[in-house]
Design a protein around this ligand. Sequence first.
Ligand code: DGJ
Length: 717
Amino acid sequence: MHIPIETEDTALVIRVNQNRDPLLVYIGKRLCNSTEYASIPSFDAKQRNGDYSGQYSAAYTPSGTRNLLEPAIQVIHADGNPSLDLKYVSHKQDMVNGSSAIILTKIQLKDPVYPFEVILYYKAYYKENVIEQWTSIRHTETDVVRLQKYSSANLYLSSAHSYYLTHFHGDWAKELKPEEMLLTAGIKVLDTKLGTRADLFQAPSFLLSMNQPIDKDNDDHGEVLIGTLAWSGNYQIQFEIDPLNNLRLIAGINPYASEYILAPDTEFVTPSFLFTYSYHGSGMASRNLHRWARKFRIPQGEDTRLTVLNNWEATFFDFNENTLAALIKDGKKLGVDLFLLDDGWFGNKYPRNDDRAGLGDWQENVLKLPHGIGYLIKEAEVTGIKFGIWLEPEMVNPKSELYENHPDWVIKAPNRPEYYYRNQLVLDLSNKAVQDFVYGLVDRMFTEHPMLAYIKWDCNAVIYNAYSSTNPHQSHLYVDYVHGLYNVLDRLRRKYPTVPIMLCSGGGGRVDYGALQYFTEFWPSDNTDGIERVFIQWSYSFFFPAIATCNHVTDWGKQSLKFRTDVAMMGKLGYDIVVSKLDEHELSFSQESLRIYNRIKHIIWYGDLFRLVSPYRSGSDIASLMYVNENQSQAIWFTYLINNRYRAGSNRPILLKGLDPTKTYKIQEINIYPDTNNSTIINENNVSGDYLLTCGFNPMVDDKRKSVVIELTEQSL
Ligand code: DGJ
């Protein structure tokens, strides 16, 4: 029997053989005739293929019976037996909410001896070509079962002769640096053990290119799978090239220090693993994921966003009511929608005047803000802009009243010295009382200040000395922490479904589709240097849509204000600068940039992204990408000089993408810095899409025109 899980272009096919073993026999292009999946050769015929266990291609590999390779699940039964077998029992395929846009497949598996059951879920988003997969585990044994590994997904890829993995690693201010490798025999593991800020060192998102390295010259070429785990805590993604030279991919919560004790008749549901398989390179794969994220995952993903003036880099901790009131007015003058008050506004016994004290004491500092937040919100209202605030609800400085009053709310191991990350500790969100505290803090902000329009939710520390003083199972802490966090966010979203909340984690240490079901946007990095940011945003763009990517113009880096503004415009534009220090030209340029952005932002937010020239391509002088609206009538095209060597520049036309060859476009440079001779206005009329796609166009980027933004508009003839 075959169970095809299909989207418009892709299929994942599970074969149930005569032993009732569920095997994953196919991931690839959807066949026109689904009965033909039955002809796909099997890998479980042991003599012929050398699969000694008949399990290499298992749809969810159990362990302790005959498996020889990495398992997806490992358990110790109530009677101490450490083995598991999983046989097919039944399956069901249903439309979600009565629409064929999403089909949910549910495959029930059971151990033939123990009352232990696994359900594999596959949600196929038809148009977006995204498959979301998770697992539910349950038993009715006489006592608890110890889950030692409980993955979300187990894929088997057998159609390519080689697999190239691009993974993304980094640290603070250098997030998501790509690295590509040929997967060779054995296991490559991507993981984190940081507890919070889970993707600070290594993102749970990757590209997998079949048969050849990712084509850095053509983003729309090649067979590429993009995968990502929707989990904001410790994760593990394993890529195993098996003895048959096929790829086994196992993704889920990291089993490290996380044995989970499952009581009878309770369900453990894993987080989701998401993937999209593209026959048109990482370009199409990203567009699939972006569309899916906007439509199905990110709150208000197809709605609007607020432009922001943040005060973090303008003031750091050094401000008072008057300076903030002036900044609010500056925000209005600049033309943003909202003023965002960052860190440093709270704490009295231990004032938050630097990052060593006060975190956790969420009362306005009376010296800095004698009339409280309410006064500032009023000021903003009178001035005509909205007001938002920074919180870091999951964390505490040891120098705080919160810590003094609730030392048992903090994650720290007995008999060990406290060890700090940015002078702070993490609150134990596996504790219900702590969840209530965090929920209550955010809820109180909104109840006391109904006009509060935005939250930046920060998370700067990782978990050291993982130990909970209340959790009966220490090995549950890492998992329960994330469940506790999601529980709080879930409650908040039920009460405040539309308020914009920025996901921040000391830069971009926590960007994943688990967190992004609650956050409207995220902060990719504290590094806002214009050049650095071209690279960082490029990496994020593989997985996350522009509408959710907050890019602020700041004073980092040596690039011009225009360069930094153009770069920030590629996502959700914001500012973190001292507006009063801008000279006349800089101010009027920034005001005009915001006007332009408001005019074109719908193309960037909801359009399709086409990456044209990669900054990561060896010897590349430029980076270039464009957004095209759905009916291909408007596009915004960004190009940057990223190399300062002699005569570096866009020395030849760049082939555009995503346009309609039959349409005719007007090409106009926009966001030009006032009074510069360098910015020659290109204003070409009647250029066909066909020409632009085939012969290209040179934006003339060089050392005098380091960044160029071009608007393309369909012309009616
Ligand atoms: C880290 C964030 O990434 C910054 O934007 C800022 O909010 C600081 N934390 C404040 O402490």
